[in-house]
Design a protein around this ligand. Structure first.
Ligand code: SF4
Length: 217
């Protein structure tokens, strides 16, 4: 399997898909705080919903302290209907205090610091580090985990294991963008159910592990 070839094809193809919401906010704002908030909102939520909610929120919330202007209930209403909006509102409510006390009101760059923020796990931390700071980090979400295994590039059981194996195996220059490319590819082509193998641009490189379609016979 030629990972360089796969990356080059996906890089080219990425330009023909709608940009994932976090990339969109990065292009529009270049603001680590907004990229962090959008990443938090986007978990278990469709990109279109995240985009609408993020833009609504950023009408009045432009820096961490602005979140202090709202009660928990108001934040819940502002970010509804993103998935787990009640939990996410609680995290947003706590965010300004933690950023101020621990990080001088700045979103930190390091994974070990990012995961100290309320509601931020490795996935969010890696994405913020990669997208907001352009630092090498591999964000493994459901798409990255599924497609890396379907390709047969890795053989792992959990996203954490996937991150650790990719950190050893994937060339470092591909880390920052691999999430964006695989998310777009996973939303549009190599979908969880019924992947479009018959029209897949990386069909010849893919072992289609666990994929049950007539094209895999
Ligand atoms: Fe996904 Fe099928 Fe393409 Fe493999 S051939 S990457 S399983 S769509």
């Amino acid at each position: 399997m030629d990972i360089n070839k796969i990356y080059t094809i996906l890089e080219k193809q990425f330009k023909s898909y709608p940009a994932p919401v976090v990339d969109l906010i990065e292009a529009q704002t270049k603001d680590p705080f907004k990229i962090l908030v959008t990443t938090m909102l986007s978990a278990r939520t469709k990109d279109q919903t995240t985009s609408e909610v993020a833009h609504r929120l950023f009408d009045t919330v432009n820096k961490p302290e602005d979140l202090n202007n709202y009660t928990l209930e108001e934040l819940e209403k502002m970010i509804y209907p993103v998935g787990f909006f009640r939990n996410k509102a609680r995290y947003l409510k706590k965010l300004p205090k933690v950023l101020k006390q621990e990080f001088y009101n700045k979103v930190p760059e390091e994974i070990d610091d990012l995961i100290k923020l309320p509601g931020v796990g490795r996935k969010t931390a890696n994405l913020v580090r990669a997208i907001a700071f352009k630092k090498p980090a591999i964000c493994v979400d459901v798409h990255v985990h599924r497609i890396s295994n379907r390709l047969g590039y890795i053989h792992t059981n959990t996203p954490f294991e996937t991150e650790m194996v990719l950190r050893k195996k994937l060339p470092k220059e591909y880390w920052i963008n691999i999430n964006s490319y695989l998310v777009a590819f996973g939303q549009n082509h190599c979908t969880p159910l019924n992947p479009k193998c018959s029209t897949c641009t990386i069909y010849n490189e893919c072992h289609r592990i666990g994929v049950k379609t007539k094209y895999n016979l």
